[in-house]
Write a protein that binds this ligand. Structure first.
Ligand SMILES: NC(=O)c1ccc[n+]([C@@H]2O[C@H](COP(=O)([O-])OP(=O)(O)OC[C@H]3O[C@@H](n4cnc5c(N)ncnc54)[C@H](OP(=O)(O)O)[C@@H]3O)[C@@H](O)[C@H]2O)c1
Length: 267
């Protein structure tokens, strides 16, 4: 018996990093999983991984790969429609995708841009793929969750709370996602929909790129983390996302969950 048997879960940005780890953790717990991300290659790779896990367990893989842009409302709607056509409904939505840079020049992480120089295109791309993509997906799953309840897990960042210098658009979109999360929890609680937001500190391609762009910051960051390490996506975030997606967390909503080794406590 898995903790998510019979549940249908969408994980956006599931091609790599945190999203990939959550998609795999959900599949291991028995969920039907939609691997929804930007690049066909990474989507196919994660679908293949989940198919292999299911094969080893002796079950047919309940997995669907969808390539889409989270910042385009009609593509988000198509992704949710394809999910419902394949699996009948949506029980869990993980809004993990986040783009950086500009549509013309996507970046692996938010680079340093002084607030006074912040260009509109980078600001808009960060908000479209972050705050707006999160909202689009929440609105698209709402008709399916309204009847039977559901779980929505959004992603913020300690950069927002800590006011990391040079990443104003990212900080602002992530704090706006926290506000959206609490508002949705308040409005949709009556439908049995729980909405929470995770603030992670994990080793991923994006985190690697961010740390490498700022020499010396990694040692400083680890020294600030009470548990003295960055998180491992399989060990540290998968289980928390399973908890927030399962009925173990049915009375938890509107919360910011720091999966950061205690980094938020930094002086
Ligand atoms: N890692 C951390 O420590 C950390 C800290 C704070 C917050 N976060 C947040 O946690 C989430 C995941 O972070 P991560 O480090 O795992 O990021 P990542 O390694 O950059 O992975 C992001 C995933 O999202 C996909 N994606 C990007 N733009 C998209 C778009 N427009 N439409 C659809 N998919 C898109 C990427 O696709 P491609 O494969 O095509 O690139 C990739 O698969 C993000 O919301 C991030 O802001 C992470």
């Amino acid at each position: 018996m898995g903790k998510l048997d019979g549940r249908v879960a969408i994980v956006t940005g599931a091609g790599r990093g945190i999203g990939r780890a959550i998609a795999i953790a959900y599949a291991r717990e028995g969920a039907s999983v939609v691997v929804a991300s930007r690049s066909q290659g990474t989507v196919d790779a994660v679908v293949a991984e989940i198919t292999e896990i299911a094969g080893i367990a002796g079950e047919p893989a309940a997995v669907l790969g969808v390539t889409f842009d989270v910042g385009a409302r009609e593509q988000v709607q198509r992704m949710v429609d394809e999910t419902v056509a394949r699996f009948g409904t949506v029980d869990i939505l993980v809004n993990n995708a986040q783009g950086f840079g500009t549509p013309a020049e996507p970046q692996a992480s938010p680079g340093y841009i002084a607030l006074e120089d912040f260009p509109d295109d980078a600001w808009d791309h960060t908000f479209r793929s972050g705050l707006k993509g999160t909202l689009y997906a929440m609105q698209a799953v709402f008709p399916h969750m309204r009847e039977r309840g559901g779980k929505i897990i959004n992603f913020g960042s300690g950069n927002g709370i800590g006011a990391m210098k040079g990443t104003a658009a990212y900080n602002a979109t992530k704090e706006a996602i926290r506000s959206l999360t609490r508002t949705a929890a308040a409005e949709w609680g009556k439908h049995g929909i729980c909405v929470n937001v995770i603030l992670p500190t994990m080793v991923t391609d994006s985190a690697r790129s961010f740390l490498d762009s700022r020499p010396g910051i990694e040692d400083k960051l680890i020294a600030q983390i009470p548990l003295r390490r960055m998180g491992d996506v399989d060990r540290d975030i998968g289980p928390v996302a399973v908890f927030l997606g399962s009925s173990d967390s049915d009375f938890v909503t509107g919360q910011t969950v720091h999966v950061d080794g205690g980094q938020i406590l930094r002086p």
